[in-house]
Design a protein around this ligand. Structure first.
Ligand code: PNS
Length: 159
């Protein structure tokens, strides 16, 4: 079984992430969406909340499972016997950071390839951060995140 890992903070998952999940799930036997603690970010949702949200969003994809992890992505990918790590690329601004991480992950685990998928046009402006900013100030986030997640984001900011 060829396992591919799609790692990220998913704080929260957006329709751009979901588009990548849908496309990658057609290319591999088992896709693990791995919600990974990013030490550089202060998340809005806990890992458990995010796992529940992502599970709700991917329930139509039978070969996709969801996990959480805190630690080195390269170690985790090795533990899972993954053949590759997949990342979405939106713009040139993503490239430098992603390139650095891909090379570091290769240094830590040379057998696992990082594969980049270009975002679909309609989601190229979308990020978890911009969704949170719009929701924080009461803007409409319909169509930007899965419906099960939209209400949770709105609730978080109304408390
Ligand atoms: O969605 P994000 O926040 O851009 O995802 C980044 C993430 C979580 C994939 C990255 O920060 C990561 O891999 N973190 C785990 C710790 C690690 O392995 N760091 C070294 C990366 S080369």
């Amino acid at each position: 079984m060829k396992v591919v890992i799609y790692p990220g903070s998913f704080d929260p998952i957006t329709n751009g992430h979901l588009d990548i999940i849908k496309r990658v799930s057609k290319m591999c036997e088992h896709l693990i969406v791995s919600i990974i603690y990013n030490p550089n970010k202060s998340p809005l949702f806990t890992l458990e909340e995010r796992a529940r949200q992502v599970k709700g969003a991917v329930e139509d994809y039978p070969n996709v499972t969801v996990e959480t992890f805190t630690g080195l992505l390269a170690e985790y990918a090795k533990q899972k016997h993954a053949v590759s790590i997949v990342k979405g690329l939106r713009a040139i601004s993503d490239f430098e950071y992603e390139f650095q991480m891909a090379l570091m992950n290769r240094k830590l685990c040379p057998d696992i390839e990082t594969i980049f998928l270009m975002t679909s046009n309609e989601y190229s402006y979308l990020s978890s951060s911009i969704v949170k900013e719009v929701a924080r100030f009461g803007g409409c986030i319909k169509g930007l995140v899965p419906e099960n997640v939209r209400k949770e984001v709105i609730n978080k900011f109304s408390n």
